[in-house]
Design a protein around this ligand. Structure first.
Ligand SMILES: NC(=O)c1ccc[n+]([C@@H]2O[C@H](COP(=O)([O-])OP(=O)(O)OC[C@H]3O[C@@H](n4cnc5c(N)ncnc54)[C@H](O)[C@@H]3O)[C@@H](O)[C@H]2O)c1
Length: 339
């Protein structure tokens, strides 16, 4: 089927689009190829996608309403996956409007097109960061989360509530996926694995926040791509007849008034940051020079996904452990950057 995937020049979008193409679907890949990080890396990903004749590139900004309307008219996508967004926590301190434009205005533009084009299933990327100040672990979709710690997380939480209202008003089957620290080859240069590996190779110091006392549920990108495709192509969410609107805490992950669902998509095996760094050092064969720093504003100390719902509904089982995942990243990094 014709599937619109936004963010295909990006890290996760590249893997998901590759998987959809390998399954024989036509992928309309929307991306504005912005310069938030190295544009050459984005172009290299796109070059690989272009090797498949079923990949159609649409170089477009989600903010461009008219362009988006034409795109839907021309290609008539059946299902839509939104991965395009302004990511990152620190960048928002200096560039808040990048988040407002892409994650809020762009998101509503896409919802409007889903509304007017009878889309079978709209799936969008949310983030583990929406759990913000929640300390109960593992993070469960049934828990409320209303205390985001960054503008990035706040815009993603806004996506979830906007999506619920569109799903309710216009009967759009909608699924939000909360990604947990995605890593792997072709990864993002603003994320810890990339920065740490590059600096270890170059003999430069790495900044390690909260004195290394952090725990993350690192999730390998191919596991993510597998899970996203299962959800996007599989059975669409329905109104939950058992949803209890009289409860003091109505379940936020499903809805009695909309075909709407939220899932965590993580590895469910959290790893201490210092162990993650040790695996990189072993893989590269060199010690990191570490600058221990206090915690950064907007950061959480621990993340851990409860994946039970995604396992029950879609048989999602992440396969790649952190040793194998970091090995694959370092191998890619050596080949791509000729180290
Ligand atoms: N990587 C992670 O660990 C992680 C964790 C949680 C959530 N997410 C979410 O998953 C999605 C994909 O993340 P990623 O790591 O691949 O990020 P990425 O930055 O590599 O990819 C996003 C892509 O979207 C494009 N884009 C941004 N704004 C756009 C706009 N207005 N119009 C068109 N294209 C635009 C960018 O050019 C980029 O290629 C994002 O929504 C992100 O917030 C990622």
């Amino acid at each position: 089927m014709n599937i619109l995937v936004t963010g295909t020049a990006g890290f996760i979008g590249f893997f998901v689009a590759s998987k959809l193409l390998s399954l024989g679907h036509v992928v309309i890949g929307l991306d504005n190829v912005n310069d938030y990080y190295d544009v050459n890396l984005k172009e290299s990903r796109l070059k690989i996608l272009h090797q498949n004749k079923n990949f159609i590139e649409a170089r477009l900004d989600l903010v461009n309403r008219v362009g988006l309307e034409e795109l839907f008219r021309k290609y008539k996508p059946v299902r839509v996956l939104n991965l395009a967004a302004q990511a990152g926590v620190r960048y928002s301190f200096e560039n808040p409007y990048a988040y407002v434009d892409s994650n809020l205005v762009g998101f509503v533009n896409l919802e409007e097109q889903c509304r007017h084009n009878q889309i079978e299933h709209f799936v969008f990327a949310s983030t583990a960061s929406v759990y913000g100040a929640n300390n109960k672990m593992p993070w469960d979709e049934c828990d409320g989360c209303n205390h985001q710690l960054s503008l990035y997380a706040a815009t993603k939480k806004a996506n979830e509530v906007i999506a619920h209202s569109y799903s309710h008003l216009f009967n759009i089957p909608t699924t939000g996926l909360r990604f947990f620290n995605v890593y792997g080859p072709w990864g993002r240069p603003d994320m810890a694995l990339f920065i740490f590996v590059r600096n270890i190779f170059e003999g430069k110091a790495i900044d390690v926040y909260n004195n290394g006392q952090m725990v993350r549920d690192f999730t390998y990108v191919e596991d993510i791509a597998e899970g996203v495709c299962k959800v996007l192509l599989g059975k669409v969410p329905m109104v939950n007849q058992l949803w209890n609107s009289d409860s003091q805490y109505p379940d936020p992950s499903t809805s009695g008034v909309a075909p709407f669902r939220i899932y965590n998509i993580g590895n469910s095996r959290p790893v201490e940051l210092m162990r993650y760094i040790k695996i990189m050092e072993d893989e590269i064969g060199k010690k990191a020079i570490i600058n221990f720093m206090p915690i950064q504003p907007g950061e959480v100390i621990k993340s851990e996904a409860d994946n039970l719902d995604l396992y029950k509904e879609f048989d999602f089982k992440p396969k790649v452990n952190v040793e194998e995942g970091v090995h694959n990243f370092v191998k890619w990094y050596r080949e791509y950057y000729k180290y």
